[in-house]
Design a protein around this ligand. Structure first.
Ligand SMILES: [Zn+2]
Length: 233
């Protein structure tokens, strides 16, 4: 489960503690890091707000092969860079994260798309080939396609091989996940488990791999309950 040497793509999201973003006057942490940024690069968009207001979310064919997922074409302002990523190995694990940025309760397609894009851009700025997570779930329960599943993710240091990364959007040290978000997370985990034959014992949270607060205490408790009540199938 070691990362390939010299592969910048597999850096840990916690490295993002060294990088922050300013957007619309607010400081963000980009990814599931849990401590403050030391460096604040410039804003992503030349204009004050992202041009995502035209986004119309509708059912789209999922590149991942998982149903009920909104295509990355609806949010991503850039393509994955294959030379900076590794091919996904046989899928064995699912790992759940929060983004650990400012609390976020948004349910509008445009604002959610903008947040996923913010994370993608931050991960690209780290030298990674794409957003590190394979899926992102917003507070409405909408599931966004992240890094295509044919590419290894970048979300748990040393354990990215065969590991699908699910981001639940928000900071669950500071807020609670919505019921729609929890329900959607459970449904997505079930679908992935079924498709790839992943035992429920291999559905983990970031902090179950490493020393981190991710996915936040309020999401961790929901995940513990989900296991207790067999909501991951
Ligand atoms: Zn995480």
């Amino acid at each position: 489960m070691q990362e390939p040497a010299g592969n910048t793509n597999s850096r840990h999201p916690a490295d993002l503690t060294r990088r922050g973003l300013i957007l619309s006057g607010m400081a963000f942490l980009a990814g599931c890091a849990t401590s403050g940024p030391k460096k604040l690069p410039t804003a992503i968009w030349p204009s004050a707000s992202p041009r995502t207001s035209e986004i119309v979310v509708k059912p789209t064919p999922s590149v991942s092969g998982i149903t009920g997922v909104e295509s990355r074409l609806l949010w991503a302002k850039g393509r994955p860079v294959p030379s900076l990523m590794d091919r996904m190995l046989p899928i064995k694990y699912i790992t759940i994260h929060h983004d650990g940025m400012n609390p976020f309760h948004g349910t509008g397609a445009a604002e959610c798309a903008a947040r996923v894009e913010l994370i993608r851009r931050a991960h690209r700025n780290r030298g990674w080939g794409d957003i590190g997570y394979h899926f992102a779930i917003d507070a409405s329960g909408r599931v966004w396609e992240g890094r295509p599943l044919n590419w290894q993710g970048a979300h748990v240091k040393d354990y990215n091989e065969g590991n699908i990364g699910i981001l639940v959007m928000g900071n669950f040290e500071q807020q609670h996940p919505s019921s729609a978000q929890v329900s959607s997370m459970q449904g997505l985990v079930k679908k992935i488990r079924r498709k790839y034959g992943i035992p429920v014992t291999r559905v983990k949270t970031h902090r179950e791999w490493a020393s981190t607060l991710c996915p936040g205490r309020n999401l961790q408790s929901q995940i513990d309950l989900s296991r207790s009540y067999s909501r991951f199938g």
